[in-house]
Design a binder for this molecule. Structure first.
Ligand code: COA
Length: 154
């Protein structure tokens, strides 16, 4: 990989939100066979209560490539829920997922929240544990995929 840097941010416009949707389409609908009717819901159209986040690789020549996406449901005054965390497959294991989560944790704190929860696909539990999340409760199926709930105090 050429020299460059990764960064993540709260989306600022409709183009960035649409790019997040393309990444989720690729990772979840095509990559994991998640039915479209389960991938997309009303929260995707409500960025005030469920903002979207995007991760980029920026090459040394300044050209940016969008490579990751996630959304953060601000569902309680003191707690948010990280959802749809997705990194394009060729960009995994380079710290991009961790960067998206850190960006959403900062946003959560800035909006007065002290906890982030999520429903982790069980294969991703070691990823979330590596950034401080703890699993609780039973394994359950969501979109046909085994999940377990996790939380982190921030
Ligand atoms: N198993 C064990 N550890 C993992 C892991 C896995 N599947 N994926 C990442 N990690 C570890 C990394 O080794 C790294 O640890 P380190 O800091 O000790 O090196 C840490 O977690 C952070 O990894 P990072 O590179 O930031 O993760 P990523 O960019 O590959 O993103 C996912 C992780 C899960 C978001 C990504 O694999 C993905 O998009 N998967 C498909 C979609 C998905 O399943 N999303 C989760 C829905 S709950």
């Amino acid at each position: 990989m050429s020299a460059g840097k990764f960064w993540a941010k709260h989306t600022q416009n409709e183009d960035e939100i649409q790019t997040c949707f393309s990444i989720r389409e690729s990772v979840f609908v095509k990559g994991q066979n998640v039915p479209p009717e389960e991938e997309w819901d009303h929260l995707d159209q409500a960025p005030q209560v469920c903002p979207h986040f995007i991760a980029y690789f920026e090459a040394a020549n300044g050209i940016r490539t969008a490579i990751g996406a996630a959304r953060l449901w601000l569902y309680k005054d003191d707690c948010s829920k990280a959802q749809r965390v997705a990194v394009l497959d060729t960009w995994r294991k380079k710290g991009v997922g961790r960067l998206l989560m850190a960006t959403m944790e900062t946003f959560s704190k800035q909006t007065g929240r002290n906890e982030v929860v999520l429903g982790a696909q069980t294969h991703a539990i070691p990823f979330y544990e590596s950034i401080g999340y703890q699993a609780f409760g039973p394994v359950y199926l969501d979109a046909g995929i085994p999940h377990r709930d996790m939380f982190k105090k921030i």
